[in-house]
Design a protein around this ligand. Sequence first.
Ligand SMILES: Nc1ncnc2c1ncn2[C@@H]1O[C@H](COP(=O)(O)OP(=O)(O)OP(=O)(O)O)[C@@H](O)[C@H]1O
Ligand SMILES: [Mg+2]
Length: 343
Amino acid sequence: MLTQLKVGQFRCFEKFQTQFDPGINLVVGPNAHGKTSLLEAACLLLRLQTPRTNRLSDVIRHGERGLLVDGHFNGAHLQFYYSAQRKKLALDSVEQRTASEYLRRGRVVWFSNSDVELIRDGAEVRRRFLDFIAAQVNPPYRKSLRDYEKCLRSRNLLLKAPVPRWREIHAFDEPLIAAGEQLISARHSLLTALRPLAQLAHANISGAREKLDLEYLPNASAPLAAALSAARPEDTRLRMTTAGPHRDDLQLLLAGAPATFGSEGQQRTLVLALRLAAARLLEAHHGEPPLLLLDDIFGELDLSRRSALLQQLPKNAQQIITTTRREWLPSDLEARVLDLENP
Ligand SMILES: Nc1ncnc2c1ncn2[C@@H]1O[C@H](COP(=O)(O)OP(=O)(O)OP(=O)(O)O)[C@@H](O)[C@H]1O
Ligand SMILES: [Mg+2]
């Protein structure tokens, strides 16, 4: 569990520190008091990324050069400093050259009131969801993803040249394919493991009204090498790599129809089920539940979904729940309260 969190020059905070308890922690405060920012800091500390942005420079307090997050998780002291010039990671005060040992310490599932984006937005948010979970289930996934993205950027840059030089472009094919095959295979396994857990969570929250299904939609037909060479005319025309897992999607179905047709409530239930399934999967895989970060989701749910969700959350998981209004929560909820308006 996360016992202590300190932040410096992080979003609206110049300096802030707090303690957390095992079980439920409530972060309460009016809008724009830094509730989501605190969850982001916890997520950044454990996973070195935040679901709110791909650019860490957004998270540095305006006008400052670098941010710091520092905390204790399961007895390990984690520290991360980030600026445009420099990244520094330390585990128990020992500076780390790579993130792999550091990232083995903590796992996170993030629930947010904007999770319906997973249904309504483009494929990128769904890939990000899969990537975030896959890297926590299977740590080498992160390296495959980075290798793949690096080759893809280089290959795309060469494709932009007025006359693409194919010999140079092909030099990236082999590492691109190697990393890409890893991603595809890991995403297949992830979906196989996630599907029954999501269906169960969904049945428990919705009272088993309609069946949820998840389908992995790989962009490239196997094997990737053949798909890549078949895409050469298209790549030349569009001046970018058009085949590969950077264009994969996750299809979400309710009673056999795309979830985009679902009602507001159906869509919210579906995304909750997905997040719960991710929490269950990480718990089963690592023998302990992830840290659960719940950003302002209770106001969006009706009473029955609210209590179903609270019951479905892994019992022994540490939870940090933000809310503007405590009325959403059951009055008998036992929790540590952090009031950002009156600290
Ligand atoms: N890089 C940044 N530097 C300084 N301030 C920032 C930065 N990014 C965001 N903020 C500000 O931080 C404040 C807190 O934002 P945050 O999203 O954490 O609030 P919140 O308490 O979750 O609010 P809400 O209840 O509306 O969700 C906002 O006023 C926001 O404009
Ligand atoms: Mg917020």
